[in-house]
Structure formats: structure tokens, C-alpha cells
Design a protein around this ligand. Structure first.
Ligand SMILES: [Mg+2]
Length: 226
């Protein structure tokens, strides 16, 4: 079995890019207006009024984000791992299953958490950026399969082409972009994770929803890896 975990609001209880942007704006004299502008862009993205890649570009344009901000949030997120997820990842790996983290967030702020979860850095598929010499972001790597408006399917297809991990494939996540992997047949199973955020799209369309890590564990071991 191969489990593809979403990161934000699934393995951790927060949304990493929002945290990075809040940190970047913390000392700005215009932070109230900037925070409102970022929230408006986030909302437009969630409503589907603008594509995901556009919402990332627009948010990064408002906030003067640096590599150091991503590193700091990576450390902070280690304190916000969803309860029992570390134990579940350890058990999955110990039983010989493959665990991947696939995210529209940025790799820098995911790697410290992945290390704690025992997930190898090569199994973390997330966005990457370029910076200038002082660490200020100069762009997002648009060649990365994670920088897409088509949810997690292109990422899973890229992983399957490169590594051909063992079936069945299971996607676990809280968002419409995670569910897209199942609805496009990139994975065999989907479990919505509503332990941090219970989104309507998941509650209405996911074939299975777990509200706790324990429910997710039961699903994986009783219904998928049988
Ligand atoms: Mg998520």
C-alpha cells in the first residue's frame, strides 16, 4: 500500500503558507491592509474564482517572504502535528507501506515535520522557489509538478512514473485538490480528513471521511491493506 498524505490541515493542524505570510507581515506598518488583501486572495482561491497557482503568486506578491520565514515556520509546525499522526506514519512505515507527503505548500516548511514523521525527504513532493542572495523569494518553480491547478493527480502520476510504488494507492487530505486525485482515478482509495478542517466539498463528495487519526488508521488497516 502507498499512502499519499496531504500536509496542510491534514498532517499538521495549520496552513503553512498562511503562517509564513503572517510571519513575513508581522513587522510591516501596513500589515492590516496586507493581511486583508491576502485573506481576500485566499478566499477567491477557495471559491474557485482564481486558480491555485494564481492565488500563490498573488499572495507572495503582497508579502515580502523569505527563505528564513519558511525555515522558521517549518520548525514551528513541528509543534502542530495532528494528534497521533506521528504514530500512524511510524506504524505504516514499520509495516512496510510507502508514505509520501504531497503538497501545494513549500518544501522548506514541510521537511522538518517530515523528518519527525520518519518520511524520507525524497518522498516529500511540494513546491519550491528561487531566492536572491539574502533569501528574498524571486519566484516559484513553475516546472515542479506540484505547481498546478489540477490538484494532486499530476503529482501522483509523476511519482508513479518515477518510483512505481506498491498499490493500492490511497490519498488522504482535507481539500478539493486532494479529492481530485480520486475523482480522476489517480488513486484507488480516498479518505477525507476532517480532523482539522471539515470542508463541505469533502463531507459531500468523499467516499470516506475520518474525523480522527484513529478513524483513519481503522480505514487503512481494516479496509485497504487487508
Ligand atoms: Mg490540506
Amino acid at each position: 500500500m502507498t499512502i499519499f498524505f496531504d500536509f496542510d490541515s491534514t498532517l499538521v493542524s495549520k496552513e503553512s503558507l498562511d503562517e509564513v505570510i503572517a510571519l513575513a507581515l508581522a513587522d510591516s506598518p501596513d500589515r492590516i491592509e496586507q493581511t486583508e488583501a491576502v485573506a481576500a486572495i485566499t478566499d477567491k482561491g477557495m471559491e474557485g474564482a482564481i486558480p491555485f497557482t494564481e492565488s500563490v503568486r498573488q499572495r507572495l506578491a503582497v508579502a515580502p517572504v523569505t527563505h528564513q520565514h519558511f525555515e522558521a515556520i517549518g520548525k514551528e509546525l513541528c509543534e502542530h502535528i495532528t494528534p497521533r499522526m506521528a504514530e500512524l506514519c511510524a506504524e505504516l512505515i514499520e509495516r512496510g507501506h510507502e508514505v509520501y507527503i504531497i503538497s501545494g505548500g513549500f518544501k522548506t516548511s514541510i521537511l522538518p515535520v517530515a523528518k519527525l514523521l520518519g518520511v524520507h525527504a525524497d518522498n516529500v513532493w511540494a513546491n519550491t522557489y528561487t531566492t536572491d542572495q539574502s533569501g528574498v523569494l524571486t519566484g516559484v518553480d513553475t516546472d515542479n509538478p506540484c505547481f498546478t491547478d489540477f490538484g494532486k493527480s499530476p503529482v501522483i502520476e509523476a511519482i508513479v512514473r518515477k518510483n512505481a510504488p506498491p498499490r493500492p494507492y490511497v490519498m488522504v487530505g482535507d481539500g478539493a485538490n486532494d479529492l481530485a486525485a480520486f475523482e480522476s482515478d489517480a488513486v484507488d482509495h480516498f479518505c477525507g480528513f476532517a480532523g482539522n478542517k471539515a470542508r463541505t466539498v469533502i463531507l459531500e463528495r468523499a467516499p470516506r471521511v475520518a474525523y480522527t487519526t484513529s478513524e483513519l488508521r481503522d480505514f487503512l488497516f481494516s479496509e485497504v491493506a487487508v
